[in-house]
Design a protein around this ligand. Structure first.
Ligand code: ADP
Ligand code: ZN
Length: 724
C-alpha cells in the first residue's frame, strides 16, 4: 500500500495536508516536496509519514521530492512544532523560517548529503527506542560503533530497513549528515584563551558543563566581562565536533565582537544577521545542517536554524526586546533557546547586566541557576550616578548648566562624552504658535517628527512624510516652530556649544547606510575626545573605554506610561546606558536629568543596584497579578474602522472560557490608528499556561474557519512585550 504523508505549506493556515507518496519515493519527516495545491504546485515540508488515510477523501500524489534527505532534521522539526503550538502560529510558516530563502523558493541544494548514516551524538540517550524494537536498537548500536558512518547500501545488506532508519532519525538518534572535519583556526595568530579575573573565574566555575540540561542566569554588571566568560566557557566546553549558538542583539553584532570571538575560537565562527545575502545564508545554513562544527553568532532568527550537533547556547543581553519578534511568528528567541537547550540536553547561559524580570523570577523559583558578577573587570570601577533635577533650571541643548560644565571638563581631560536622548529627529513636534496647530500624521494617531537636515516631517510609525511648513496650514500664520528635542537637535546644539570636538550621532537615521555604524564605532574607538549623541542604540553592549561621562537628557519617559513593562524597560535602558561610562581605567560618571528626582525608581537607580530595583518591580508585578506571575497573551485586531475591530474582539471574548481566563477589554490600542487602520486589543491572563494555550488553540482554529469581515486582521501575541 502506498504511503500517506502529512505536509505543511508555507501559508498562514493552521492545517496540514495529506498526500500519497508515489511508490518510488521514500519520504522522511523534514523533507521538502512539491505537491499539487489548488491549481498550482506548492513547496511543502513533510511533517509526518505513515499517516492513516482519512476515509472517503481522494488524496492527490506528491509531485516530487526536492532532495532525498530531510532539509530539517528531527530536532528542528520538534523545536518548531513546539513553538508553533506555544505561540499559536501556523506550523508551515514556522517551519519555512528555518530554511534559507533560496530553499523556501524551491531551489535544490547542490550538495545533497551522502546516503550515509551516523549516530547523531556520541552521548545520545537511546532510552527512547521502544523496548520491543530490537532491530532499531541493533541498528543504533551498529552506527554508534561505526563512528565513520555507514552507507545505506551496507545497512540494507545487513537486513535493516528504511522504516527502521526513519524511526531512529525521527527521534534524532541518527542522522545522514557528514561528520565534521578537523577544526582549523585562522591563519596567523594561534587562538588565545582569555585570562579571567578571580571574580570571573569564580563565576565561570559555577557554569555547569555538558551533557545535561542546565540554565544559568549570569547577572554581571556592565563591564564585568561577560563576553570573556562566554569565550572561556565555549573554549572549555566545546568539543572539536560540536556546534554552539551565541545569540546577540542585532546592534551588538559588530566586526569587533566577531573578531573577539574569532581570535579566541578560530574560524569555526559564522555569523547570522539581517544583512546577509541569500548566498551567505545558504552557505551557513548548509554548514549547520551538515553538522559542521560551527559556532554561530547570530541575531534572533538564528535560534530557528537546523543545528545537528548543538551543545551549548549563550544568550547575551537576554533582557533585550529585539529577541521577541514583533509581527508574524511572534516568538521569543531567548525562550526558544531555553527550550532548545532542554531538548538537546545541553547548557544555556543567559547573560545580562539588567536581567529580565522573567528570568530573575525563573532564578528565584529554581528553574535557573543565578550567578552574580558584581565587579568590573580590570581596573574599571562602576560609574557614580547622580540625579540632576532640572525643574525650573535654564537648559542649553536640553542640558542644564552642571551637565554642560561636566561635558566641558570631560573633553578638556581628553575623554569622551555620551549624551543619551530617547528620540530621533530634530523635534518630536512642529507647532504653530499662533493657533496651536500640531503637524499630525494623516494615517496614524500621532504627531509628525521634524527632521531638520532635509526639512521633512516624518511619521515614525508609518512611511508617511511631507515637507515641513513655515506657514501654518490651518491659520496661515508664520509662527511654526519645532517643540521638544530629538537627537538631531542635540547634535546641532552641542556642535555649536563645543565647536572644537566632533559630535557624532548614533540613531536609526545616522546608521542606515551599510557600514556606517562600523565607521562610527571606529571613530569612537580611536579614543579622541568627542561627544556621542544617540538613542538606545548607543546603550547596547558597546565597549568604549574612553567614555567617562554619560548624560541622560531626560529620564522621565518611562515613569508614567500605561504599559506595565515600561518601568522595567526604563530602568534597564538607563543602567545599560550608564554602563557605557568608565569602562576603561578612568572612572566614570553619569548625570541623569529629571523633573522627578524624588521618584523612588530614580533614587534607587542612582544606587545602581539592579537586583534591588528588580526585586521592587517584581513585588509590584506580584501585587498587580501581572507577568511573570501570570501567563499573558494579547489578541490584536485591526480593521478599517474602530467599531469593526472592537466588535470582532467582543465576539472573541464571548468565545473564551471566562471561568479559566481573566479577560481585559476589548480596548483601543494606545496607538489606536496606525497606517490608516484602527487597532484594538483583548488581554488574556491566567495562572495556568495550559489553560491559556488550550483556549488560544481552540480559538485560533475557530477564527480561521470563519471568514472575517472585509479588511479585518487578527493576531495572537503570546508573552507580549508591548501591551498598550
Ligand atoms: P560586559 O559584556 O560584561 O559589559 P565586556 O566583556 O565587554 O563586559 O568587558 C568589558 C571590558 O573589560 C572589555 O574592554 C574587556 O576587554 C575588559 N575585560 C574583561 N575581562 C577582562 C579580564 N579578565 N582582563 C582584562 N580585561 C578584561
Ligand atoms: Zn503615520
Amino acid at each position: 500500500m502506498s504511503q500517506i504523508v502529512r505536509v505543511a505549506l508555507n501559508r498562514p493556515i493552521r492545517r496540514l495536508f495529506d498526500y500519497i507518496a508515489p511508490d518510488n519515493l521514500t519520504l522522511q519527516p523534514g523533507q521538502r516536496v512539491t505537491v499539487p495545491f489548488g491549481r498550482y504546485r506548492a513547496i511543502g515540508l513533510v511533517v509526518e509519514t505513515g499517516v492513516t488515510p482519512p476515509d472517503g477523501i481522494a488524496l492527490k500524489p506528491v509531485a516530487g521530492a526536492l532532495e532525498s534527505w530531510p532539509a530539517l532534521p528531527g530536532e528542528t522539526l520538534e523545536l518548531l512544532t513546539w513553538a508553533a503550538n506555544y505561540y499559536q502560529h501556523p506550523l508551515g510558516e514556522c517551519l519555512f523560517m528555518a530554511l534559507p530563502p533560496a530553499l523556501r523558493k524551491g531551489r535544490t541544494t547542490e550538495a545533497p548529503a551522502p546516503a550515509q548514516w551516523w549516530a547523531a551524538k556520541p552521548d545520545t540517550d537511546a532510552s527512547h527506542i521502544p523496548a520491543n524494537a530490537h532491530r532499531q536498537r541493533q541498528l543504533f548500536d551498529l552506527l554508534q560503533q561505526n563512528t565513520g558512518g555507514l552507507p545505506w547500501a551496507q545497512l540494507k545488506e545487513r537486513g535493516f530497513t528504511r522504516s527502521q532508519l526513519n524511526a531512529l532519525a525521527q527521534r534524532s538518534l541518527i542522522q545522514n549528515v557528514e561528520p565534521p572535519g578537523p577544526v582549523a583556526h585562522d591563519k596567523g595568530e594561534p587562538p588565545t584563551t582569555p585570562v579571567l579575573t578571580t571574580a570571573q573565574q569564580h563565576a565561570a566555575g559555577k557554569l555547569p558543563g555538558r551533557p545535561g540540561f542546565s540554565a544559568s542566569l549570569l547577572y554581571g554588571i556592565t563591564g564585568s566581562g561577560k563576553t570573556e566568560i562566554y569565550l572561556h566557557y565555549l573554549h572549555r566546553e566545546l568539543g572539536a565536533d560540536s556546534q554552539a549558538l551565541v545569540l546577540v542583539p542585532e546592534i551588538n553584532l559588530t566586526p569587533q565582537t566577531v573578531a573577539r570571538f574569532r581570535n579566541h575560537l578560530g574560524n569555526r565562527i559564522e555569523v547570522w544577521h539581517s544583512a546577509l545575502n541569500d548566498g551567505q545564508r545558504m552557505e551557513t545554513w548548509r554548514r549547520l545542517r551538515n553538522g559542521e562544527p560551527v559556532i554561530l553568532i547570530g541575531t534572533r532568527s538564528a535560534v530557528l536554524l537546523p543545528f545537528t550537533r548543538l551543545q551549548t547556547i549563550v544568550v547575551d543581553e537576554e533582557h533585550d526586546s529585539s529577541y521577541k519578534q514583533g509581527d508574524g511568528f511572534r516568538y521569543s528567541a531567548r525562550d526558544m533557546a531555553v527550550f532548545r537547550a532542554h531538548q538537546n540536553r545541553c547548557p544555556v547561559i543567559l547573560g545580562s547586566a539588567t536581567p529580565s524580570l522573567e528570568s530573575l523570577h525563573n532564578a528565584a523559583t529554581g528553574k535557573y541557576q543565578q550567578i552574580n558578577l558584581t565587579e568590573r573587570a580590570g581596573a574599571a570601577r562602576p560609574p557614580a550616578i547622580q540625579l540632576l533635577d532640572i525643574r525650573s533650571r535654564p537648559l542649553t541643548a536640553g542640558m542644564s548648566r552642571p551637565a554642560i560644565e561636566a561635558v566641558r571638563e570631560t573633553l578638556a581631560a581628553g575623554q569622551q562624552v555620551l549624551v543619551y536622548i530617547n528620540r530621533r529627529g530634530y523635534a518630536p513636534v512642529l507647532m504653530c504658535f499662533d493657533c496651536g496647530h500640531l503637524a499630525e500624521c494623516p494615517n496614524c494617531d500621532t504627531r509628525l517628527t521634524y527632521h531638520r537636515r532635509d526639512r521633512a516631517l516624518r511619521c515614525h510609525h508609518c512611511d508617511y512624510q511631507q515637507a515641513a511648513f513655515h506657514r501654518c496650514p490651518k491659520c496661515g500664520g508664520e509662527a511654526c516652530e519645532p517643540v521638544g528635542q530629538g537627537t538631531e537637535q542635540s547634535e546641532a546644539l552641542l556642535a555649536e556649544t563645543f565647536p572644537d570636538v566632533p559630535v557624532i550621532r548614533i540613531d536609526r537615521d545616522s546608521t542606515q547606510r551599510k557600514g556606517s555604524i562600523q565607521n562610527i564605532l571606529e571613530k569612537v574607538n580611536s579614543g579622541e575626545p568627542c561627544i556621542l549623541v544617540g538613542t538606545q542604540m548607543v546603550a547596547k553592549g558597546h565597549d568604549f573605554p574612553n567614555v567617562t561621562l554619560v548624560v541622560v537628557v531626560n529620564a522621565d519617559g518611562g515613569l508614567f506610561s500605561v504599559d506595565f513593562r515600561a518601568p522595567e524597560q526604563m530602568v534597564q535602558t538607563l543602567l545599560q546606558v550608564s554602563g557605557r561610562a568608565g569602562r576603561g581605567e578612568k572612572p566614570g560618571r553619569v548625570l541623569i536629568q529629571t523633573c522627578h528626582s524624588d521618584h523612588p525608581l530614580l533614587t534607587s537607580l542612582a544606587k545602581a543596584d539592579y537586583l534591588a530595583l528588580a526585586t521592587q518591580l517584581l513585588a509590584e508585578r506580584r501585587q498587580g497579578a501581572l507577568p511573570p506571575y501570570r501567563s499573558m497573551a494579547i489578541i490584536r485586531a485591526e480593521a478599517p474602522t474602530m467599531e469593526a475591530a472592537l466588535e470582532f474582539l467582543e465576539k472573541v471574548r464571548s468565545q473564551l472560557p471566562h471561568h479559566l481566563i481573566e479577560i481585559w477589554g476589548p480596548l483601543p490600542a494606545s496607538l489606536a490608528r496606525k497606517a490608516g487602520r484602527h487597532r484594538a486589543q483583548l488581554v488574556l491572563q491566567t495562572e495556568s499556561r495550559g489553560h491559556l494555550n488550550r483556549a488560544l488553540a481552540g480559538l485560533c482554529q475557530q477564527l480561521e474557519q470563519h471568514r472575517q469581515p472585509g479588511g479585518l486582521r487578527w493576531a495572537v501575541d503570546v508573552d507580549p512585550l508591548e501591551t498598550s
